[in-house]
Design a protein around this ligand. Structure first.
Ligand code: BGC
Length: 827
């Protein structure tokens, strides 16, 4: 155990080159060590729903937790803190001391590809959960990295788009989760977004990083850029963006030293960034314990149990007509399980949040396990994918040095399915920057007659023959598309009719040379081969017949990690392929039709009136099937409430019909709606949503009674408590989320009609009553006054509204703020 050297002495002892070396990663996931002075390297890991470790795909297994939106749907800071602590522990199993989580950008539109990763459209809910998550992660001795600072609300032109956000919206909405995580949870690290704000890249944003984050809020932790988002040698350091990730450096290192030597950058700026890298190491105890342990894949029973519980606590019961749920199928009854997601567990979204889960419990398996004697039939019905599914059979790839498959293969790699990703890793025996080619052969056996799709996506060049005939070309005209963080091409598809039992052979060639041949090969190399039968009319018809013959039809519908995905936005809110038709036809065939939705974002539900019940289960992690079965069968109450409004029509959504507001024009996306996102938008414009923010049914019912405010006249600086009692008026134990909204009756500045400012989740037995006390500080009444650069609560009347959703206000009380309250920000 080495003692921690005082950081100033350490910095004094470092050469400029050594200090500069600390300002970029050593590789994809670690910082640079300076062994001469005992400075340790620190390992980082994604991400928000599991600690992946250093291998992007198929690395050591890890626990997969619910996606951000699913955690948020629990409305339980206490549980999210537990999830954070478990994620911190998982990070340590991977040798990491920095976890790249949580993601706290707001759900501004319904299109964002990363909607699933974010907590909420509401800044108070998002910030409460951010604080809880950070506290949890950091309780495990791991630095949380709150991301992506700030204005990263869509994936369109994600490496360059400028989010042009009015100052009030920035302060009141988008910055709040970051502000509270700094001030209330002491978050140790912040990741800047890829985007620009007001035309300036976030990694270079001196006003927001140096002045607001560090200056106003007093953040003294580490700021890192998103991966490959440090583009300028000098500006980022001047802004106080300490760490360029990943490494090895692209724009720092020797370039930084030269900038100092040429007088373009003060040496003190480099030293300040280096000091913050060292301080992080010191805070984590890494000087004393510098060894980065090998990755472990421990499958912890307590994490299994927590994930199962979190999954059920996040399930939102949207509709439950005639109490069709919970189901109680008796032995001898039949249940038709319909939809791909019944058998293929949809556990997480796509992109850097993706992990190699220990296991994935499919709903069909969990239901069978829980209901012995019940007959379950199973029908896929309709497709859900964005890209042709990969082949679930091992793929062995031969690797050749150089671009032309010359000589004997020098390595082979066997993957569990027909997708290989070399992201931050290289094939065995190669180092980053080396050119290689790869070859593989796949056999595909058609299991039914029909049209089949074969497809290629590649980051790098790829082509394929089918039974010797060239059919797929992502080589000659390879063009960068939207896949794989925008490093892959768009999918190339070949379709052909096959008969059941027919065997075809696909021969694939891949090369990681950059398109056009110039420059070094990119750090992202991917080959993805799709091969599947295209589901059609016969599949729907079979599902409908099974539904007709069953006592109850359970349809699993929704999206998957290709739609709810990093790097590209969703095209809209419609269920892909023929899923809407499938549900409508099943509902027509069976009056007891229950739909389980899985998505990380709102969907249109044109068949809503025709089905008995709808449960939104999101992406609940590796215990997916168990969590869903627990709720469907009533072992758990559906604990979730919507953290995002579900609009009835795409036309009703924020930014609809104005390309300047979404997706953006000429590199800029204007947040022209200002404060009016989510329920604020719906309520200000009088547009009824399909399901309101905060909505979600329990299997029991609750009464909210006797709302009392601790004061009816509030003087600036005084605390306010709103208390009420909640009674379980039903016959089952269940959970209720009490939500408090503030409405400014005579606002000095224009305000949204109401804003969530407090909430509490409780679980009550039948007949049980509980007192709830919700505290409000002065900021709950304040708006950001740009002219005065201050938070200002105007004197006057405020209505406190308490209810079970933003549209289900049960009680109101009014208070008067006697005088103005003001808190200046900045100098
Ligand atoms: C994502 C980050 C992530 C990083 C490392 C980026 O593409 O935006 O959220 O932490 O990659 O995987």
């Amino acid at each position: 155990m080495r003692p921690n050297p005082p950081l100033d002495h350490l910095l004094d002892a470092m050469t400029l080159e050594e200090q500069a070396s600390l300002l970029a990663g050593a590789d994809f996931w670690t910082t640079v060590a300076v062994p001469r002075l005992g400075v340790p390297a620190i390992k980082l890991s994604d991400g928000p729903n599991g600690a992946r470790g250093a291998v992007f795909k198929d690395g050591p297994r890890t626990a997969c937790f619910p996606a951000g939106i699913a955690l948020a749907a629990s409305w339980s800071p206490a549980l999210v803190e537990q999830a954070g602590a478990a994620l911190g522990r998982e990070a340590r199993l991977k040798g990491a001391r920095v976890l790249l989580a949580p993601t706290v950008n707001l759900q501004r539109t319904v299109y964002n590809g990363r909607n699933f990763e974010c907590f909420s459209e509401d800044p108070w809910l998002a910030s409460e959960l951010a604080v809880a998550c950070v506290r949890g992660v950091q309780s495990a001795g791991v630095a949380a990295t709150i991301k992506h600072f700030v204005g990263n609300e869509s994936e369109y032109q994600r490496m360059s788009i400028s989010s042009d956000i009015p100052e009030r919206a920035l302060r009141e909405l988008y910055l709040l989760p970051f502000e509270r995580a700094v001030k209330e949870a002491g978050v140790m690290a912040v990741m800047t977004g890829y985007n620009r704000v007001g035309g300036v890249f976030m990694a270079d944003h001196r006003r927001l990083v140096h002045e607001v984050l560090r200056g106003e809020w007093g953040f003294d932790g580490l700021v890192m850029s998103d991966w490959m988002a440090t583009l300028d040698t000098v500006q980022g350091v001047l802004a106080g963006c300490d760490l360029e990730m990943p490494g090895p450096t692209r724009v720092r290192g020797a370039l930084l030293v030269a900038a100092v030597q040429e007088g373009r950058l003060p040496a003190a700026a480099v030293r300040a960034c280096a000091a913050r890298v060292l301080r992080l190491a010191e805070r984590l105890g890494s000087f004393a314990d510098p060894v980065i342990p090998a990755e472990r894949a421990d499958d912890l029973p307590e994490h299994r149990a927590l994930i199962r519980r979190l999954g059920a606590e996040g399930c939102v019961l949207l509709k439950n007509e005639a109490a069709v749920l919970p189901l109680a199928p008796r032995p001898g009854q039949t249940v038709a399980l319909i939809g791909r997601a019944a058998t293929v567990a949809q556990i997480m979204g796509g992109g850097s949040a993706n992990v190699n889960a220990h296991y994935r419990v499919a709903p069909a398996d969990a239901l069978r396990e829980a209901c012995p004697g019940v007959a379950f039939s199973q029908h896929a019905g309709a497709d859900i994918h964005r890209w042709t599914p990969v082949l679930a059979q091992p793929m062995t790839v031969e690797i050749f040095a150089g671009s032309d498959f010359a000589g004997p293969a020098f390595a082979t790699q066997t993957l569990p399915n027909s997708e290989v990703q070399w992201i931050g890793t290289m094939p065995p025996g190669l180092v980053e920057g080396q050119v290689f080619s790869a070859r593989t052969t796949l056999r595909f056996v058609a299991d039914a007659d029909g049209e089949h799709a074969f497809s290629l996506i590649s980051a790098g060049l790829a082509r394929a023959t089918l039974n010797g005939e060239p059919v797929l070309d992502a080589w000659t005209n390879w063009r960068r598309g939207d896949t794989y963080f925008t490093f892959g091409c768009d999918e190339v598809v070949h379709r052909r009719h096959l008969r059941a039992g027919e065997v075809v052979e696909l021969n694939l060639e891949f090369c990681n040379t950059p398109p056009g041949g110039g420059g070094p090969p990119p750090a992202f190399a991917v080959l993805r081969v799709g091969a599947a039968r295209v589901l059609g009319e016969a599949d729907i018809a079979a599902a409908v017949e099974a539904a007709r013959a069953a006592d109850v039809a359970l349809v699993f519908a929704g999206l998957n990690a290709e739609w709810d995905n990093e790097g590209l936005d969703r095209p809209g809110m419609t269920l892909p392929h023929r899923q809407d038709e499938l549900i409508a036809r099943v509902a027509a065939a069976n009056s007891r039709t229950v739909v389980v939705l899985q998505s990380g974002s709102p969907l249109l539900l044109p068949w809503l009136e025709d089905v008995s019940a709808v449960l939104q289960a999101w992406y609940p992690g590796q215990e997916c099937g168990h969590a869903i079965a627990d709720v469907l069968l009533g072992a758990a109450d559906p604990g979730g409430r919507l953290p995002q409004t579900w609009p009835a029509r795409i036309e009703d959504t924020v930014a609809f019909g104005d390309p300047a507001q979404y997706p953006g024009v000429d590199g800029h996306v204007a947040y022209g709606e200002g404060l009016l996102i989510g329920y604020r938008h719906h309520e200000a414009r009088g547009i009824a949503p399909r399901f309101a923010f905060g909505h979600g049914l329990s299997y029991t019912s609750f009464a909210h009674e006797a709302l009392v405010l601790s004061r009816s006249r509030l003087r600036p600086g005084e605390a306010l408590q709103a208390t009420l009692t909640v009674r379980n008026t039903g016959t089952r134990t269940g959970s209720e989320v009490v939500q408090l909204y503030v409405h400014a009756v005579e606002p000095a500045l224009p305000r949204p009609p109401q804003e969530l400012k407090a909430f509490a989740k409780l679980s009550l037995a039948p007949g049980q009553t509980q007192a709830v006390s919700l505290a409000l500080g002065m900021r709950a009444f304040a708006a950001f006054d740009e002219a005065r650069c201050a938070w200002v609560a105007a004197p006057g009347r405020y209505e406190i509204r308490v209810g079970a959703s933003s549209a289900d206000i049960r009680q109101r009380a009014t208070l008067v703020l006697t005088d103005e309250w003001m808190e200046r920000v900045g100098a």
